[in-house]
Design a protein around this ligand. Structure first.
Ligand code: PMP
Length: 372
């Protein structure tokens, strides 16, 4: 119950006892609390870069002037730069406050009460969060036990009401991918829907459909600077799509949502390809080593094209995650994801970090065995 509003109230004023209520859909939304507290250990829980961003980005941050801080951020010149980097026109690209804002804005711009959002699941949680804040209906399309992209079921789920289809490619938490041919076919079979292909983990797989932006008329691609670039704290992402769709995105997007610090870091982040290549190479080698270590422990795992791997721990998944945390390694329990009971996602960092992770994993598994 709200406390009566006291300051300025005259004696005898009516006391408002009921709080203003949000839309019914917002009231029905599940709360989402990512486990962010106390993350000073080895962070293998959020698929971030586990080391650092490029030193050139650090230099740009240190050189920020007070003038740059007092002014409202100007996104357009940086959109021009990023568009050139992606071989697209400026009007086809919008920078956003992380891909999360991009998803939010896209859903706000396109979804109405009679619409359906198709989500191959399990997938990235925020699609469901933002879709459930709209009046549209969420249609989950469950992957089989191999967690491969459910192409045929997704095609079968397309209806005249389908308005958005969101595909994380590579997907999280599975690490699996839809092929380029599958994406093109989905776009063709749902010309009345926006096909969002979220390439947050693009750098780790090297496959993209961003070259089809403007060619496939309903395709919008998302990219982030939170993963390989190591800038999750700055909140920088983008949407790339045909001008006809991007103009609606821009109507909803705040002109100032990408802050000056993030904008200043964008040119050096894009320029320092040597750093990016080094980090991605390191992760790919570490992933191969870590997969070998998982196989040696006889743990089931799903083939991954990204900087994480999903592992079957079984009924004692919560205990496993807790023991790993106590031993200084944070991993992410994905048991509540559809079709993921007993499965834990482990981010891949550098080779050295993953050696620490495998040693800890072995100790934790031995301790759990001893308790049986
Ligand atoms: N898309 C996918 C598939 C993700 O896994 C994540 C982060 N975990 C994001 C988007 C969020 O990206 P950003 O930090 O740019 O909001």
């Amino acid at each position: 119950m709200l406390k009566p509003f006291a300051p300025g109230c005259a004696k005898g004023d009516p006391v408002i006892e009921t709080a203003p209520t949000p839309r019914a859909r917002v009231q029905a939304m599940k709360e989402y609390h990512p486990p962010l507290g106390c993350r000073d250990s080895l962070r293998l829980d959020f698929n971030e870069n586990t080391l650092a961003c490029s030193p050139k980005v650090r230099e740009a941050l240190a050189a920020i002037s007070t003038g740059a801080l007092t002014r409202y951020p100007e996104r357009e010149p940086l959109e021009l730069l990023v568009a050139a980097h992606l071989h697209l026109a400026q009007s086809q690209v919008a920078l956003t406050n992380g891909v999360d804002e991009a998803i939010h804005v896209l859903f706000e711009a396109f979804l109405e009460s009679s619409d359906e959002v198709l989500l191959p699941v399990p997938t990235y949680t925020m699609y469901e969060v933002y879709a459930s804040a709209t009046d549209a209906r969420i249609v989950p399309v469950q992957a089989a036990d191999d967690l491969q992209f459910p192409f045929e079921s997704l095609l079968a789920a397309i209806t005249p009401h389908t308005k958005i289809i969101a595909i994380a490619n590579p997907n999280s938490p599975s690490g699996s991918m839809a092929t380029r041919a599958q994406i093109v076919e989905i776009a063709r079979r749902a010309p009345h829907a926006v096909l969002l292909v979220d390439e947050a983990y693009f750098h780790f797989c090297g496959e993209t459909v961003i070259d089809l932006v403007g060619i496939v008329p309903n395709l919008i691609v998302a990219r982030t600077f939170s993963k390989a670039y190591g800038l999750a704290g700055l909140r920088l992402g983008l949407l790339a799509g045909p001008v006809e769709l991007m103009r609606w995105v821009r109507r909803v997007l705040s002109p100032y949502s990408v802050n000056s610090l993030a904008l200043a870091c964008l040119p050096p982040a894009l320029e320092d390809t040597a750093y990016l290549d080094w980090y991605v190479g390191e992760v790919l080698q570490a992933r191969a080593d870590f997969e070998t270590a998982l196989d040696a422990c006889k743990l089931r795992r799903w083939p991954s094209r990204a900087n994480f791997v999903l592992v079957e721990i079984g009924a004692r998944h919560a205990e496993f995650v807790r023991l790993m945390r106590s031993a200084g390694v944070l991993v992410r329990d994905r048991s509540s994801d559809p079709g993921c009971d007993g499965r834990v996602r482990i981010t891949i960092g550098t080779r050295q970090q993953m050696q620490q992770a495998s040693a800890t994993l072995n100790q934790v598994l031995a301790a759990m065995k001893a308790q049986l």
